[in-house]
Design a binder for this molecule. Sequence first.
Ligand SMILES: Cc1cc2nc3c(=O)[nH]c(=O)nc-3n(C[C@H](O)[C@H](O)[C@H](O)COP(=O)(O)OP(=O)(O)OC[C@H]3O[C@@H](n4cnc5c(N)ncnc54)[C@H](O)[C@@H]3O)c2cc1C
Length: 839
Amino acid sequence: MKANARAVVIGGGVVGVSTLYHLAKKGWSDVVLLERKELTSGSTWHAAGLLPLFNMSYSVGQIHKYSVKFYQELQEETGMNVGFTQCSNIRLARTKDRWDEYMYYAGIAETIGIPVNILTPEQVKEIWPLCETDGLLGAIQHPDDGYIQPADLTQALAKGARDLGATIYRNTAVTAIAQGDDGTWTVTTDKGEIACEHVISCTGNFARRTGAMVGLDVPVIPVEHQYIVTEPHPAIVARKKEGLPEMGVLRESDSSWYMREENGGLLLGPYEVGAPCCYVDGPSEDSEYELFQEDLERLMPYVETAIERVPAFGEVGIKKIYNGAIAYTPDGSPIIGPAPGLKNFWLNEGHSFGVTAAGGAGWQLAEWIVEGEPSIDMMGVDPRRFGPYATEGYLREKNEEAYANVFTVHYPDEERSAARPLKTTPSYDRMKALGAVFGSVYGWERPNWFAPEGYAVPESELGVGADVLLKHNHAPALADGRVVEKWSFRRSNYFEHVGNEVRNVHENVGLLDMSAFAKIEVSGPGARGWLDNILANRIPKKRGRVALCHLLTKNGGVRSEFTVYEWKPGRFYLVSAGAYEAHDHDVLFKLLPDDGSVTLRPITQQYGVFVLAGPRSRDVLRRLTRTELSNAAFPWLSGREISVGRASAHALRVNFVGELGWELHHPIEQQNLIFDLIMEAGAEFGIRPFGIRAMTSMAIEKSYRLIPRELSIEYTAWESGLDRFVHPDKGNFIGREALLKQRDAGLGWNYVTLEIGGVSDADARGNEAIYRAGELVGRATHGGYGWRVGKSLALAMVRPEFAAEGTELEIRILGELHPAKVIGESPFDPENAALRTDG
Ligand SMILES: Cc1cc2nc3c(=O)[nH]c(=O)nc-3n(C[C@H](O)[C@H](O)[C@H](O)COP(=O)(O)OP(=O)(O)OC[C@H]3O[C@@H](n4cnc5c(N)ncnc54)[C@H](O)[C@@H]3O)c2cc1C
């Protein structure tokens, strides 16, 4: 066995072999793959081989798109048949919400270049004559989609990799992994050791065990997944004899199953409620080509709905049931990217559609490893979207939930209920008593909006039981039985209540809990110089000034956004998005200089954050502090430590809603005290709490940018319109050279704000296609109703020639075209007068 390699890939399933292939393709021929048994002997050999392009995630959609194209090219390149049957994929819709989901998805597909056809029930019948079409509203079809032979695909990838110089060792188990002081990894196997620069873990159902070798808690636990293969059916055999085309993959989303032809018979794969987690402690040492005992009882409800839809399925006997392990993560998307806390250790794990994703996942990970950055926005699959809260108990609940929800309607406002509440701030109960309807981000409970006392959505409007056959996806009832929220792609029951919250913030004053913000302190003699050297904005020279600073990629894209505030001499307090705590902090840790001159101290849990915003916020705060709050003494974009009654807080005069206000960063143990003081002092000024949805509506009216929407590695800082925050003349920072080059070469995109016409009940949400005279010219990145301006708005990236104010464009929202006019940035208060209000 070789003693050295540039990179070692662990795991010879389809994902590992694709990663190996793509590293070699990028020119790294000195790469090695280690597989403990035979290639494909984990989950890959028994996969049904479907290649569904459908995915609601922008990241995963692009990964799947690449795979489907690449697998066909691979066949030509290697001369090995990968068994790709391009027979199309039809997804049926029985309900209006499902149709909305498909229409929303069609926008994502169009903007990433995946063709989607819309079919009537009659057209479904033509393509799939064995399918009954009763009760169908229609369907969408992916013509490029189909299925593949997973083992043949893996072997072709292996041949391609070997042809490019890569080495594969089968029957070689990795038993230990350690990193030396010089950064070199030593991978120990039962056949010897290999020293390497990079390690890539692609170990499927063993992911947690591999992670444990390097002290990582990988948020992957598999779930049992079954499919049934029938004996041949005479009608299908006859079709084959007549030379008729295969009927394609059929998906009855509302009953949670897929079906396709298999050797003259049918293959049915349901995603059952109650499918249990498996291999919680990892598979056994000798696990190989392993299947579990089938559970026909769990399958029966799905079999029944399948027979109703395709009676032929019930007319033939069952040939075999496969019950195997399918890796899952809490949100159902894979984990592709750098491992948190470890240099040059990479994860390509947690694949539940691994055959489909392997090509694109290998491609992007190889780019990341070899070139330092991927080229598509990978935030949706980044391993660091989860934090240390994702322990085994959490994963068991969440992963079973993710599996059971594969086919449910994926509402943009859904807040899944498993494993909640997990992380609560001290004011949780107080917010709840005031009617908070919570959402969850990075394990934290955060008020999304506030329901009036006793409020309930009438049962007749909930539609529970009437829409889907086997798995509902509705907001759960509260402890007292009330359901207060209806999830939807359209304006839903909470719309007007959110409007009331905005109105109160705009006219009086509101209080928002943003304690989930990620927080870290940067200190040490080199702190200022280091921050200045990595961030694109100038670090304020004067202590107490607050600046918004972006950490860019070397290509000039945006990786993270930080609020930077020197809170004590030489000590900087950095705040970033709560959802990306692990990501942002890991990126910072990995950029630290080796000389020990800079120290990082994560302090998210030590500080809570209340946003006090609205024209009366100064009046409220004045009741609680002796600190002078006038503009002269406490200007916009500054901060200082103040007393709040007998408590204390760092008050930062910034906020994300565009009103006069302060963020109060306070010791977490004083949160309830501060809450009570503020609510009491604010009573005479009409204070009311508000939630994330009101905040989002107000942020859109200010054209404020968010990661990973209009700020992303796919758009440069210039393209995202961050000119005010980027200063190439200040000296070096990450991404500077690329930005200077682009300034000469011209931009590929421009960030714009759009006013949408003709909207009655569905605003843009992001991912909608934007056209000029029928031609696709951009994509929405965010959208919603702006209560203060009384307009339906969208934020978008469009081609520069269509970015001028006044340009008339069109946007397709849930299948309908609407006029979309480019308007000036920040339609609410473009001069920032509210933020600067004196008094
Ligand atoms: C019934 C069923 C049907 C499915 N159908 C589909 C489908 O239609 N379409 C689709 O896209 N996906 C499907 N899947 C999912 C798909 O099978 C997986 O996502 C995919 O196979 C994952 O590939 P992988 O390479 O990540 O993992 P695996 O194939 O499990 O490979 C991991 C490999 O790592 C090796 N390994 C682990 N630890 C070590 C170690 N310490 N040293 C060396 N080697 C090690 C293992 O031996 C194993 O071979 C299905 C899954 C099931 C269960």
